[in-house]
Design a protein around this ligand. Structure first.
Ligand code: BDR
Ligand code: CA
Length: 314
């Protein structure tokens, strides 16, 4: 039986690939796509979710817009990485799929309440919507099978020396999620930097010969240019689908148990995830922490999903 999931995202080049993997892989049942401010404003990330769903022919999955601002601090977008639109590169047609007239948090709550089985949440963005869900509807925690998120790092950050973008944008929200008691799996930079869109990966996507395959190549080509310019990467790390892949097949992403805390007050380290891999501290385990990726298995699933959706749309 496919695992029921909701993706909470801020598309975002890699969020777009996460949506495609979730919609195109038979091991998961994508119940909804919810959006939040992060890589760009929530207006832009929501438009981008509609754009990628339109080009992929994903018409039967509700899309709901969520929070426009982090819980406490002002929004800081990543236009240097994702461009002014939040998903620069391809030229997108006017979207034909619309949003539902419900706030993302209310939609998540309704699905969690109504679905016959517990649902897995896959946040690939700042955790504002998820924190609000857990705060406003605490009873929903019991309906969440697990939260498998892209965010944090066991090592360095990518917005400050210590903080990864999704946690850096809304540290208070991340703190609520990691302290919620809901099972959490953290796919941080240390593992997503193993998901590189190499020239070989781009060639396989191009060889699909579909409009969707070409769109993904254009997305990843833009992403490659900013990653090269900002961080000197030879190929860009495609972070967000790693969290989806972990749900699809846990053997693709290897995890260990650890305690994770979010630094809220550090003078130089606000937004860092403090991961106690060596059990220095007497703190209970609150997360599965991803350490290693099987890149071949990962890319096979991503490319197969793009192929499936591309054929459907052709
Ligand atoms: C995360 O930040 C965003 O820019 C990406 O979409 C990803 O979710 C990586 O740090
Ligand atoms: Ca993202």
């Amino acid at each position: 039986m496919p695992v029921p999931i909701i993706i909470d995202c801020d598309p975002g080049h890699d969020d777009a690939v996460a949506i495609l993997l979730a919609a195109g892989d038979p091991a998961v049942d994508l119940l909804a796509i919810t959006t939040v401010a992060g890589n760009q404003t929530v207006e832009k990330t929501t438009l981008n979710a509609r754009r990628i769903c339109t080009v992929a022919g994903i018409a039967d999955v509700p899309i709901a817009a969520g929070c426009a601002q982090p819980l406490v601090q002002p929004l800081k977008v990543a236009d240097d990485v994702h461009g002014a639109s939040g998903m620069d590169g391809p030229r997108f047609a006017t979207p034909t799929v619309d949003v539902v007239p419900e706030h993302a948090v209310d939609l998540m709550h309704r699905i969690l309440t109504e679905h016959p089985e517990p649902v897995t949440l896959v946040p690939t963005a700042p955790l504002t919507n998820i924190a609000l869900l857990l705060t406003r509807y605490p009873e929903s925690a019991g309906r969440i099978r697990e939260i498998v998120l892209m965010g944090g790092s066991t090592e360095r950050g990518n917005r400050t020396p210590a903080a990864e973008f999704n946690v850096y944008v809304d540290p208070e929200a991340a703190d609520i999620v990691f302290r919620s008691g809901v099972p959490v799996t953290m796919c941080g930079l240390n593992v997503t930097h193993q998901a590189l869109a190499t020239p070989e990966v781009l060639a396989r996507l191009e060889a699909l010969g579909t409009e969707l395959g070409r769109t993904v190549v254009e997305l990843l080509t833009f992403f490659a240019a900013t990653y090269e310019q900002l961080w000197g990467f030879a190929s860009p790390p495609v972070h967000d689908p790693v969290a989806v892949a972990r749900v699809i097949d846990p053997a693709i992403v290897h995890c260990v148990e650890a305690s994770v805390a979010v630094e809220l007050r550090g003078q130089h380290t606000r937004g860092a995830t403090v991961v106690d891999l060596h059990r220095y501290l007497d703190r209970p385990v609150n997360a599965q922490v991803a350490l290693a990726l099987e890149p071949d298995l990962f890319w096979d699933r991503v490319i197969a999903a793009v192929e499936t959706l591309g054929k459907r749309g052709a």
